[in-house]
Ligand binder design. Structure first.
Ligand code: ADP
Ligand code: MG
Length: 291
């Protein structure tokens, strides 16, 4: 790992849980006009829980959870951990998986007891003929800020799981504080439009880009830069790494996957979203002092 730069102002920043990995970051903050925020794990706590299981006709809820949890047990995604926890609540044993693969920004797949299991975004159900009568349930849940994932077994839709990830308590204040400083907050997420919009409304963000794939996140940042903006990106996951690198300043938050941290200029070790806004103050103070 890169040694943390010991620089002027670094002390004040560190007290607030803000670690600057490069001395340049302080100066760049003064030029930033747009802050792009990932949703899951950044604006939300990244501590999701399965709230609802809806099975397709004739499918058993417990068996659905058993198959889904087996595959998700190998995933690093917070949604995966939520699904495993739900299955364990039901007393399900975690089965072995063959041929596991992570569909980054989409879901996971693997083979359990000879069954091909896929868990992930609702669009994956297209190959099984769509959501059918579960579509209305899914839409209702998404409008209430839940993330809905499908469980497919041997190419048949077995059901959907609704997952709620509480919004960070300081998210709305952070967004408001950024706005007061003339900075434009933008949400960027791999999650679907309805869920994304529901979360955005609750935190006061009006510009939302949903359904964005991991390479698409970096592309969005680049588009903003090409339009003349200076962009800070805040994210926590593997899927955010390319965008964190592309941004003028990459800020890693939360438990933060190693790859997100490696790709960032600033690390919020205190896990406080408000530190994003505070970083602008600390940077301005220390830059003023060095001039
Ligand atoms: P975000 O950009 O909000 O952090 P991701 O790009 O990580 O979201 O994920 C986008 C979407 O892909 C999720 O909302 C979910 O629908 C699906 N997904 C990703 N990983 C998994 C997983 N392990 N299990 C189920 N669904 C997943
Ligand atoms: Mg995330």
């Amino acid at each position: 790992a890169t040694p943390l730069a010991m620089i002027r102002g670094g002390g004040a920043a560190a007290e607030r849980g803000i670690l600057m990995r490069s001395a340049d970051a302080f100066q760049v903050f003064g030029h930033i006009d747009t802050v792009v925020l990932d949703k899951t794990g950044t604006l939300t706590q990244g501590a999701p829980r399965v709230t609802t299981v809806v099975t397709a006709p004739g499918r058993d809820e417990r068996e659905l959870l058993r198959l889904a949890a087996a595959v998700e047990d190998l995933s690093e995604h917070p949604l995966g951990r939520a699904i495993v926890a739900k299955a364990e609540d039901h007393g399900v044993d975690i089965a072995d998986v063959d041929d596991f693969s992570a569909l980054v920004g989409e879901g996971v797949r693997g083979s359990v007891d000879g069954h091909r299991v896929v868990v992930g975004k609702t669009g994956l159900a297209a190959s099984a003929g769509g959501l059918g009568e579960l579509a209305r349930h899914a839409a209702d849940l998404e409008a209430r800020a839940h993330t809905v994932v499908v469980v497919l077994v041997d190419d048949a839709l077995w059901g959907v799981l609704a997952i709620a990830d509480p919004i960070r308590s300081e998210a709305a204040d952070t967004v408001a504080t950024l706005r007061e400083r003339g900075i434009d907050p933008v949400m960027l997420t791999g999650d679907n439009e309805r869920t994304a919009t529901a979360v955005a409304e609750q935190v006061g963000i009006t510009t939302v880009h949903a359904g964005v794939r991991p390479d698409g996140k970096a592309e969005r940042v680049r588009t903003l830069q090409t339009a003349g903006h200076r962009v800070a990106m805040v994210g926590d996951g593997i899927n955010d790494a390319p965008a964190l690198m592309q941004a003028d300043i990459g800020i890693a938050i939360g438990a933060g996957t190693d790859i997100a941290i490696e790709s960032s200029d600033v690390i919020l070790v205190g896990h406080r979203l408000m530190a994003v806004a505070e970083a602008f103050d600390v940077a301005a103070d220390s830059y003023r002092r060095t001039k």
